[in-house]
Ligand binder design. Structure first.
Ligand code: NAP
Length: 303
């Protein structure tokens, strides 16, 4: 039995679907029955509840040989780090009590930083919580910046003809497609060939700056002149709060951007074949463009 948390999200859905396609028994966790239904249709057992709830996690992890663990974002919480610790604690106590032998934990590049890296320092806490578990084999996948983060700019690009964030335009960032993370996670879950506690960085196909990413997206959507604008941290926090994020989450994300800009959040490993993954930013831009055009089409037809 495999258990997949965040099973309706970027990485979890691909992990769950791949395991199901290989005929494995899979339990999927989410908050919403409807969102899990397509996985149930493919043979998964659904557990509906919160990953912050330790008794639900104990129920979910019973009899599992391996768990794919991640801390889903919670944009509304008044204390993001406390929330991340709550989820980490629910996972570690359930893993211990259920006697789960293998865990693949989604973490982040920079999770060696106990302070000053926003949500990434919360993932440091979660790694530490899991590392308290003796006799459990755990890999922390320290993934780079998700290419899918660029999807948060869809409205900005459409409405203002710019892309922007507080990140430096010229900063090389290891950007990764979430499906590549899922592929590595699934391989590890299937092979269970890791032991003890280890970290593994996943750095995407190449490092790419926001200026270059914006140029590639601009080309893919037919806006060759699309420019990248670096916002101030304050501006970005105000925008995030206007979009409904709590003040603490906005502050935390801004702290992470600062840590990236100051190159405190950066890979610890040299780039190698082992931490490089196949999907290029150009490939991601094609799927970004399909979503962008789909939304334009829907707008034009009033759907
Ligand atoms: N963004 C980046 O650049 C980056 C880089 C490195 C690491 N990370 C880490 O990656 C993780 C996110 O991974 P992801 O993108 O695969 O996840 P995701 O797409 O954000 O999906 C998480 C899923 O979890 C479910 N969920 C949300 N809150 C829940 C709760 N309280 N209890 C149970 N389920 C809940 C949601 O589904 P329902 O709505 O159906 O419940 C959602 O689809 C985070 O820990 C993040 O810090 C992100």
């Amino acid at each position: 039995m495999y258990v997949v948390t965040g099973a309706t999200g970027n990485t979890g859905r691909v992990v769950a679907e791949t395991l199901l396609a290989k005929g494995k028994k899979v339990r999927v966790i989410g908050r919403n029955t409807g969102n899990l239904q397509s996985l149930v249709d493919k043979g998964a057992e659904a557990i509906v509840g919160s990953v912050a709830d330790s008794s639900t996690m104990l129920h979910a992890f019973q009899g599992a040989q391996a768990v794919y663990a991640l801390v889903p974002p919670n944009y509304a919480t008044e204390n993001f780090r406390a929330y991340q610790n709550e989820v980490g604690s629910a996972y570690s106590s359930a893993i211990r009590q259920a006697g789960v032998p293998f865990v693949v934990n989604l973490s982040s590049v920079g999770a060696h930083l106990s302070q000053g890296a926003g949500p990434i320092s919360g993932l440091y806490d979660v790694e530490q919580q899991l590392n308290q578990l003796h006799g459990v084999n755990i890999v922390h996948l320290r993934a780079g910046f998700f290419m899918e983060n660029l999807s948060f700019s869809l409205d900005l690009i459409r409405n203002q003809n710019i892309n922007g964030s507080p990140l430096r335009p010229d900063l090389p960032i290891p950007m990764i497609a979430t499906r590549d993370i899922a592929q590595v996670a699934t391989q590890l879950l299937l092979s269970m060939d890791f032991s003890g506690h280890s970290t593994r960085e996943l750095l995407g196909q190449r490092d790419i700056s926001m200026r270059e990413a914006t140029r590639i997206i601009g080309k893919a959507i037919g806006k060759d002149q699309l420019a990248y604008v670096q916002f101030s941290y304050e501006q970005a926090e105000q925008t995030m709060m206007a979009m409904g994020l709590s003040q603490d989450v906005a502050r935390s994300l801004s702290e992470m951007d600062r840590a990236l800009n100051e190159e405190r959040v950066r890979p610890l490993e040299e780039r190698t074949a082992a931490n490089t993954t196949p999907t290029s930013f150009e490939q991601f831009a094609d799927s970004f463009a399909a979503v962008y055009r789909g939304q334009e089409g829907a707008k034009a037809t009033g759907v």
